[in-house]
Design a protein around this ligand. Structure first.
Ligand code: NI
Length: 168
């Protein structure tokens, strides 16, 4: 396994729309292993392939307390089953150190491929539903800061760019 480098806002590569995966092969399995290792090491509760500069529709998450319940979604398609919105203070490994309230539907249904290549359907709510929507946004080139005011987004961009310059 290997730790992957996580792209940070405002890196334009985070705006890439990821391509569907046509088949689950050894490369996909290896990538998922590396993404899980990278997510746990960060530490984070979700990671989309886009964030590690691989533009295929793959994401991993683990919202469990003990970090022992990894979930993998390939080609996830979301359907909202309850449009009632819930608010949650979201963060992101690509926007390190910042948290902002985002409103999202509370209950969703997701159709996806599992790692054994089967098409699966799951109903998610609470943190799982929030996290999945956040990660699918990444696959579409979207970030949680797109939901906040342009003023706040601009401040976060400036602060992160300063930190990135200091590190370079
Ligand atoms: Ni994120």
């Amino acid at each position: 396994m290997a730790l992957l480098k996580i792209l940070e806002f405002p890196d334009p590569r985070l705006r890439t729309v990821a391509e569907p995966v046509s088949a689950i092969d050894g490369c996909v399995v290896k990538l998922v292993d590396d993404m899980l290792e990278t997510m746990y090491a960060a530490p984070g509760i979700g990671l989309a392939a886009t964030q590690v500069n691989i533009h295929r529709r793959i994401l991993v998450m683990d919202v469990s307390e003990d970090k022992d319940s990894p979930m993998t979604f390939v080609n996830p398609e979301i359907e909202i089953i309850n449009s009632e919105l819930g608010e949650f203070s979201e963060g992101c490994l690509s926007v390190p150190g910042f948290f902002e309230i985002v409103n999202r539907p509370r209950r969703i249904r997701v159709t996806y491929l599992s790692l054994n290549g089967n098409e699966e359907i799951a109903e998610l709510e609470g943190l799982e539903a929030i996290c999945l929507q956040h990660e699918v946004d990444h696959l579409d080139g979207k970030l949680f800061v797109d939901y906040i005011s342009p003023l706040k987004r601009g401040l976060i961009r400036k602060k992160l760019q300063k930190l990135q310059r200091q590190r370079a």
